[in-house]
Design a protein around this ligand. Structure first.
Ligand SMILES: NC(=O)c1ccc[n+]([C@@H]2O[C@H](COP(=O)([O-])OP(=O)(O)OC[C@H]3O[C@@H](n4cnc5c(N)ncnc54)[C@H](O)[C@@H]3O)[C@@H](O)[C@H]2O)c1
Ligand SMILES: O=C(O)C(=O)C[C@@H](O)[C@H](O)[C@H](O)COP(=O)(O)O
Ligand SMILES: [Zn+2]
Length: 364
């Protein structure tokens, strides 16, 4: 078992990393969940795999277990699904002392977090992430919410979970494309924080994609450390936390413009290539480093290019990014592999050049 602690100004909670669900109840009891009304929320892909098992475990610490199954996927990350959740919570008579548990990927976690931030003006919730992406990124840090009108995460709230319980074994059922998409956020962590971590990742693509347990657990632990350190220092994204948005400025625009036909992690990979190209254009990283970054994405079978979007349309879409302030775009750029900074004053043509670079056809 590995343990990482998140400590924001008002909240503190553990991230438990283990290879099965055996320690779940013990940690729920530590968080005061015993005897409470608990509602487990999962999606229709995850429910046949893990719902029964987790329900049975919960029944050993409380008699009041209900569950709600929501439709999977980014296209359902919206207020309609939130309404379904609220209806279920009322039907099961959940009250202010009740606890929601998100069992699933980032889509489930973001929505359950948002439902718990708003139901009865806010109740507790627990994250049990079952995708690589959710285990290393979305379950940690309390960014919750939904897409609105196709715009990413436009409606939401900061609401921290009481516990993040990671069972690494759940990754054994995850489709390989989803594993690769999770790697995009892991690569992001290395690019913004640690050259040593980047080197480790680039040295082990075969073992990682084969889900070799020791290496995978090491990655999950390292990424949890990086993410928890950043969100503990800057919970509400006043400064440092914006670095976790590296690759997302263009990534989110592409995700929306492609109508969610690519996965979030895949779009972030494309967005990171664009942001790295931009960093090279500003002479902040070398051509060699840029090539190493692009090669890393390719080693994990992540897309790096597109061929079907108009650069000007992508550029205009960037203004919906949440880092935009007073109508000015803000970009996270690399200063080396392992460090980054926010740029406020980029010329349009520098950004367009980066967008044109990723529009040079599918490199796969
Ligand atoms: N809140 C944050 O800080 C944060 C950070 C990163 C990403 N996100 C958000 O997370 C979302 C992406 O999360 P995701 O990649 O986990 O997507 P997801 O939740 O859609 O899960 C991916 C797919 O895998 C299935 N699945 C989940 N666990 C499984 C398992 N163990 N075995 C088999 N199938 C399984 C799901 O049903 C789904 O079809 C995006 O909406 C993104 O915006 C949020
Ligand atoms: O935790 C953060 O902060 C992040 O930016 C992590 C991102 O990987 C994640 O996709 C996040 O949801 C994006 O945030 P947004 O504020 O741009 O919606
Ligand atoms: Zn992300």
């Amino acid at each position: 078992m590995r343990h990482v602690q998140v400590q924001t100004t008002k909240n503190e909670y553990p991230i438990i990393i283990h290879h099965n669900f055996d320690l779940l109840c013990e940690h729920l009891v530590k968080q005061g969940v015993q005897g409470k009304k608990v509602c487990l929320i999962t999606d229709d892909n995850v429910s046949p795999l893990y719902l029964n098992h987790v329900v049975k475990l919960l029944q050993t610490i409380t008699n009041e277990v209900s569950y709600i199954v929501i439709p999977h996927g980014e296209k359902n990350k919206n207020l309609d699904t939130i309404q379904t959740i609220y209806e279920g919570l009322l039907a099961h008579k959940l009250d202010r002392e009740s606890v929601l548990i998100a069992l699933g990927g980032g889509v489930t976690g973001d929505m359950v977090g948002f439902a718990s931030a708003t139901y009865m003006r806010g109740i507790d919730f627990i994250q049990i992430p079952t995708t690589l992406l959710a285990q290393v990124d979305s379950s940690i840090g309390g960014k919750t919410g939904v897409d609105f009108d196709g715009y990413k995460n436009v409606v939401g709230a900061f609401h921290q979970p009481r516990l993040v319980y990671i069972n690494t074994q759940t990754l054994s059922t995850l489709p390989i494309r989803e594993v690769q998409a999770g790697m995009a956020e892991i690569i992001k962590h290395s690019l913004i924080e640690s050259a040593t971590y980047f080197k480790y990742i680039t040295s082990h693509p075969r073992e990682i994609l084969a889900l070799e347990s020791e290496i995978l657990e090491e990655l999950i632990y390292e990424s949890c450390l990086i993410k928890s350190k950043v969100v503990s220092a800057d919970e509400k994204e006043k400064g440092l936390r914006a670095t976790l948005n590296f690759g997302h400025t263009i990534g989110h625009a592409v995700e929306r413009l492609l109508n969610f036909s690519l996965l979030h992690g895949e779009c972030v990979a494309i967005g990171m290539v664009a942001a790295a190209y931009l960093s090279k254009g500003l002479n902040q990283i070398s051509a060699k480093d840029f090539m190493a970054i692009e090669a890393c994405m390719e080693a994990f079978n992540l897309p790096t290019r597109l061929d079907n979007l108009d650069p000007e349309v992508v550029y205009q879409e960037l203004y919906y990014d949440k880092k935009t302030k007073y109508n000015a775009l803000n970009f996270i750029v690399l200063t080396s592999i392992g460090s980054c900074e926010m740029k406020h004053d980029l010329e349009k043509n520098v950004i367009i050049d980066a967008i044109k670079y990723i529009m040079q056809g599918d490199s796969q």
